[in-house]
Design a protein around this ligand. Structure first.
Ligand SMILES: Cc1ncc(C[n+]2csc(CCOP(=O)(O)OP(=O)(O)O)c2C)c(N)n1
Ligand SMILES: [Mg+2]
Length: 822
């Protein structure tokens, strides 16, 4: 809600109509002879060569999958191979003018795009930089293999490098581009500008937007292309990505050289099918996918349908569209018509299409027709082309032989080290700034009104007599998060933050108040209500080398970003073999008061996913120190915050929350109160209810409870908890997540196993009920309360003299509730 833009009712209520512009469809009609001035003979032969290499590469894979051998050499590849035989012109045309600075993202069917883009990057690079790229990648691992006995040019060597690295990745070899951890559907090679290919249909739809945002915000050269399938145009992340990429603010509110659209081409590789569903005519209503552009923004995304069976038509379109992006008028939507002769996967019997249709498209075959044109136009002759055919076949065969040789191309040795994959799950970096440079800010920190306001606050909640200061006077948890965030904005020039109501509103819960004044739009902005794209764009931004803080306003909205949080954010570091870093701190606010769809604690669901760090600080001191640590790191951190305690003051750190920078390492629980009779381990805001319970236990029953605040869920150091249990012999765990399937159960089981000899009773978990979260007035019957903790201790751990229970924690009660699914 920028006040600078006046929403004028007089204008808005005026009569009118929306006028659409025609969307060009296959307008390219030049003959090869008309194109001669734009291409040298070598250029044209290169186009043929690149298409042919892709065809042979995938023919090899097809034979391996369907016959178990290639040119008489047997090999078993149990993994996937989604082939794009027939689509080569679309890939080569797309990549033809792109160099290493241009980034492409793709899908499960992207082998052809990897090769096309790699070949193009090789073509546009000089020998020195190619040598550097090849030698620095995984300590020459691939270079040393392909350079052995190589006796021709650096570019030829780079071609071997590209084919070998891609194939070794597909066959899960440690010498593959991603150490064999990505595989066929996720292979990529960032030094050539080939960014992650995504096995989740439409997965690149929003991630690529973040990559384009990175290029724009950090003034980097190059454009971004998202190669996605026609069927993916039905996917939420694609629509959300488009909404994000076409926001008016880029042209209306962003200032100076930041004004203008994203350098992004969303390229629909339109082969007319999902797996078997026909998009045009069956599963979609767009008729032609390019139509979608018309509804999106005033520029209609410069949408166009182009003939992807003709490489020159695709090259022509890219030349024109790159110009649009250079003029900052992006993004662009291309509907590239193509066709796969291969099945969805090699086991596909093509029952969903007719033989006649396949044969008709084969008559339009891009390689066959282009070859004929080269000869008809005297660009080359049959003999020269046969030579190329031979070279391509030899290259594929030679690389195939090397890749399947276990001595040359071993797999990761998990026998030797069974934890090897665990080592690449996190990057565990510690980096002040992702890039050097002067961070763009609008005012100095000391002139910031929020900074000035915080300076007047009490950084410890109590005065010298132990009396609490007024709420307004206390330095609050939200202040701790703010201080860490603003500090990083003044340190890391790549840092950006976005989410719903992040800017003028000051963040839905006032954490960001003061940031709007400090930062230009390109560093802090409101996103559309697109939780998927909020996380997805952050992923793309981080992948390219930036640090980013996306925000999900309520934990319950995490479901909307399910794929991004569960499949994308946690997996790309490991799937890249740790080439990619993912410095994303995803702030997630856990609600209360707003009922079932705004108040659930989903920490457990997130903690279940390998590859995410998950933290939930509950004090201002911890919130600041842990946000600092999260923002210093290079891993994805889901940073939970509780709306119940944004205004809580610092009650534990007597020296007050330090004004300067400090970090609290993620993964370290903290003893908030000492005691010797029972340990209570809390997650998030239940800390304060556990403290109340501890007071009652002490006052009424003379039982000393040791309260440990978990602070983090992943990673987690059990040692302080085990030490405590050794002392107390008893433990209860409590948190606001619904009890069934909660992370507390995981912790309880681990503690029971690890401290079995020291426990007088099994570890007990007190979570929320397995219900919907009711209205605020009824919340105390849903979330754990101090009296629940005491009832549970009395019933399951240590009978308390004279205690009468109100809440049923008995075996019988548990069994009965489980039977009813609650
Ligand atoms: C989210 C998701 N849903 C379903 C699938 C299974 N699946 C894999 S490919 C595919 C069809 C995709 O069609 P399209 O986007 O047109 O790409 P194409 O396969 O034609 O290249 C489906 C349904 C998946 N991988 N991801
Ligand atoms: Mg398709």
């Amino acid at each position: 809600m920028p006040k600078s833009q006046f929403i004028d009712p007089d204008k808005i209520r005026q009569k009118g109509e929306i006028v659409f512009q025609p969307i060009p469809v296959n307008q390219y009609s030049k003959s090869l002879s008309e194109e001669r001035e734009n291409f040298s003979d070598e250029d044209l032969v290169r186009i043929y060569h690149d298409m042919l290499l892709i065809r042979e590469f995938e023919t090899m894979l097809n034979l391996i999958k369907t016959t178990g051998e290639y040119r008489g050499i047997a090999y078993n590849h149990p993994g996937p191979a989604h082939l794009s035989i027939g689509q080569e012109a679309a890939a080569v045309g797309m990549a033809y003018n792109l160099g290493s600075d241009d980034y492409i993202f793709g899908s499960h069917r992207s082998h052809g795009e990897i090769l096309a883009k790699g070949l193009s990057a090789i073509h546009w690079s000089d020998d020195k930089s190619l040598g550097k790229i090849m030698k620095s990648y995984f300590d020459r691992a691939i270079y040393d293999i392909v350079a052995k006995d190589h006796d021709s040019s650096v570019k030829e060597l780079a071609k071997k490098f590209l084919v070998y690295g891609t194939l070794a990745e597909i066959f899960a070899r440690e010498t593959g581009f991603n150490k064999g951890l990505g595989g066929s559907m996720h292979a990529f090679f960032t030094p050539f500008g080939v960014y992650p290919n995504n096995a989740i249909v439409g997965g690149s739809g929003d991630i690529s937007v973040g990559a384009a945002l990175f290029k724009k915000v950090n003034r980097k050269k190059g454009i971004v292309v998202a190669n996605i399938g026609d069927a993916s145009m039905a996917c939420g992340p694609v629509w959300e990505g488009i909404a994000f990429a076409t926001m008016d603010q880029f042209t209306e509110l962003w200032e100076g050289d930041m004004k203008g659209g994203l350098p992004l081409i969303i390229n629909i590789m339109n082969n007319h099918y999902g797996m078997g569903g026909q998009t045009s005519g069956e599963t979609m209503g767009y008729g032609m996918a390019a139509r979608i552009g018309a509804g999106v923004n005033r520029d209609q995304m410069h949408a166009e349908r182009i003939d992807g069976m003709n490489p020159l038509a695709v090259i022509d379109a890219y030349k024109r569209k790159i110009k649009v992006l250079e003029e900052k008028r992006g993004p662009v939507l291309l509907d590239t018509v193509t066709y796969r002769y291969s099945g969805h996967s090699p086991s596909d019997a093509s029952s969903y299409r007719s033989k006649e249709e396949m044969e008709a498209w084969q008559k339009h075959d891009c390689i066959y027709n282009f070859r004929r044109e080269l000869i008809d136009n005297n660009i080359t002759d049959e003999d020269s082309l046969r030579l190329i055919d031979g070279e391509v076949n030899d290259l594929v065969l030679d690389m195939f032989k090397m890749v399947i040789d276990d001595d040359i191309s071993p797999r990761m040795d998990l026998d030797k080290d069974t934890d090897l994959i665990g080592e690449v799950i996190f990057s565990d970096g510690s980096v002040n700034a992702m890039e050097q440079g002067e961070p763009e800010v609008l005012i100095s920190l000391k002139d910031n009104p929020r900074v000035q306001q915080i300076a007047r606050k009490e950084r410890y909640a109590f005065d010298s007599d132990g009396k609490p200061y007024s709420k307004m006077k206390q330095y609050q948890l939200r202040d701790g998060i703010f201080e860490a965030v603003i500090d990083r904005f003044y340190k890391d020039p790549t840092l950006i933050a976005f989410g719903e109501e992040n800017r003028d509103w000051g963040g839905a819960f006032a954490v960001y108040r003061g940031l709007t004044e400090a930062l230009p739009y390109n560093r802090l902005f409101n996103s559309p209500i697109s939780e998927g794209a909020i996380v997805g764009a952050a992923i793309g931004y981080a992948m390219c080398g930036g640090r980013v803080i996306p925000e999900i306003m309520y934990c319950d909205f995490l479901g909307r970003s399910g794929d991004e949080v569960f499949n994308q954010l946690p997996k790309w570091q490991a799937m890249s073999g740790n080439i990619i870093k993912m410095p994303v701190v995803l702030r997630v606010s856990v609600g209360s008061k707003y009922g079932a769809q705004h108040s659930q604690d989903w920490t457990s669901i997130v903690a279940h996913i390998p590859g995410l760090k998950v933290v939930f600080p509950a004090t201002p001191y911890d919130a600041k120190g842990m946000m600092n640590a999260a923002l210093q790191g290079t891993d994805p951190v889901v940073f939970f915050e509780s709306q119940r305690i944004y205004d809580i003051g610092e009650q534990f750190h007597k020296e007050g929350v330090p004004e300067g920078y400090y970090e609290i390492p993620l993964g370290e629980p903290d003893i908030k109160r000492e005691g010797s009779d029972i340990t209570i381990l809390t997650i998030g805001a239940t800390l304060y209810r556990a403290l109340e319970a501890a007071d009652i236990l002490q006052d009424k029953y003379s039982i000393g409870a040791e309260i440990i605040d978990a602070r983090s869920l992943v990673p987690f150091n059990y040692e302080p908890v085990l030490e405590s249990v050794k002392k107390t012999g008893r433990i209860l765990l409590t948190g606001d997540a619904s009890e069934r399937g909660s992370f507390m159960n995981d912790m309880a089981r681990n503690i029971t196993g690890l401290a079995f000899d020291h426990l007088d009773a099994p570890a007990v978990v007190v979570g929320s009920r397995n219900w919907i979260t009711p209205a605020y007035e009824l919340e105390d019957y849903f979330f754990p309360q101090p009296d629940w903790i005491i009832d549970a201790i009395h019933t399951r751990i240590l009978p308390l003299e004279g205690h009468a229970v109100k809440n049923d924690f008995s075996d019988k009660g548990k069994i009965e509730r489980a039977k009813r699914g609650i």
